[in-house]
Design a binder for this molecule. Structure first.
Ligand code: ASP
Length: 355
């Protein structure tokens, strides 16, 4: 297969409210529908729901992270949740719902009460899952409203500290000669790390032994400990270990080098121009969430992305906030649509399936 990729951005927007009192989250659309209709109308996708949206937010909001705590998605979520919470005047609770490459969490949020109190942070996996999973319990473009893109994060090809190859060039030769003996960690089928690993194997024409974890957190722990050989994952979580010498790094998967890891060559410099991937992140709510609520959330996201602490911390981790023009539901929907279209033939050609 030809491996191209993308590096793509994030976005922002704003949201509003609902005066019905809280409905149980992650639970029943049935209950939500009942109460909304008792009030004479639904806050549907078409943007009705002024009443439903009035007063939002009045209570804690839950941000669902589809991977384990301590991983890149978790890190980005906690980074923006704090200033968003300040902006919205309520607490934001981060909940990690792991498993199946993020699809379990996405399925739960798709079925949650559409009141703005349950928000999904997901990454590029939102666009690859429809091609990877035959029985996906949700449709990304139909069962969610996009809130806005958040950030795009480069990936790094990294290895356990005592892995023999010292450079990307040496790694290529080593993998070609020893593929059968090399283990490649990922954060689950459909995770960005799995896709990056797939691209690496395709680029070299080798087949490594993949080891799936429920997130980058545990995968990276095993890499540092030497239980697995190789991994490709976001700079959000590999930068610290690379700088501390706890893992070996070979290349970064973006067209440009990353400021926080200036000595690390790009995959293109290392002779693998097709191995490029940027992990974009965005916020989602269930499709029937009132537009006013989405606008309130989006505005809070925009404010958070302008926060100097967020900018500085993302820079330290090799990333930056989504530009303002990308931090909108419209830009986010555009991104999601184009990424679904981009990945579909690549995954099909690779013959990869998750279920
Ligand atoms: N970095 C992971 C991935 O490969 C997900 C995570 O733990 O954030 O998708």
């Amino acid at each position: 297969m030809s491996l191209h990729h993308l590096t793509d951005p994030g976005a922002r927007t704003r949201p509003v409210r609902h005066g019905l009192g809280r409905l149980p989250r992650l639970a029943g659309l049935a209950v939500a529908s009942l109460l909304l209709s008792a009030c004479g109308g639904a806050g549907g996708a078409g943007g009705g729901g002024d009443e439903a949206a009035a007063g939002f937010p009045e209570d804690d909001i839950t941000f669902v992270v589809p991977f384990s705590a301590g991983g890149p998605t978790d890190t980005v979520t906690r980074l923006v949740a704090e200033p968003m919470s300040e902006e919205l005047g309520v607490s934001i609770v981060v909940q990690n719902v792991e498993g199946a490459g993020g699809t379990i969490a996405a399925g739960e949020v798709a079925a949650a009460n559409p009141d703005g109190y349950t928000v999904l942070m997901h990454h590029i996996g939102m666009s690859t899952a429809p091609s990877l999973y035959a029985d996906l319990p949700y449709a990304p473009l139909e069962d969610f409203k996009t809130v806005g893109l958040v950030t795009t994060v480069p990936m790094t090809i990294v290895a356990r500290p005592d892995f023999e190859p010292q450079t990307m060039e040496e790694l290529v030769i080593y993998l070609e000669e020893n593929a059968g003996d090399v283990t490649l960690a990922n954060a689950g089928v459909g995770a960005a790390s799995q896709l990056c690993g797939l691209l690496l194997q395709e680029a070299l024409g080798v087949e490594l032994t993949e080891v799936a974890y429920e997130g980058t957190g545990p995968a990276l722990t095993d890499l540092v400990g030497g239980q697995v050989d190789l991994m490709c994952d976001q700079t959000t979580n590999t930068t610290g270990q690379i700088q501390a010498g706890e893992i070996k790094a070979y290349a970064v998967t973006t067209p440009e080098r990353v400021d926080s890891l200036p000595d690390l060559p790009t995959t293109e410099e290392a002779g693998l121009p097709d191995l490029q991937v940027g992990v974009w992140h965005g916020l989602y709510v269930p499709a029937e969430t009132p537009d006013e609520v989405v606008t309130t959330l989006s505005e809070a996201l925009q404010a958070a992305l302008g926060d100097q602490n967020v900018i500085d911390q993302l820079a330290e981790l090799g990333s930056e906030p989504a530009p303002e023009e990308d931090a909108t539901p419209e830009a986010h929907t555009e991104q999601l649509t184009s990424q679904i279209d981009l990945w579909q033939p690549i995954i099909e050609e690779a013959g990869v399936a998750a279920d």
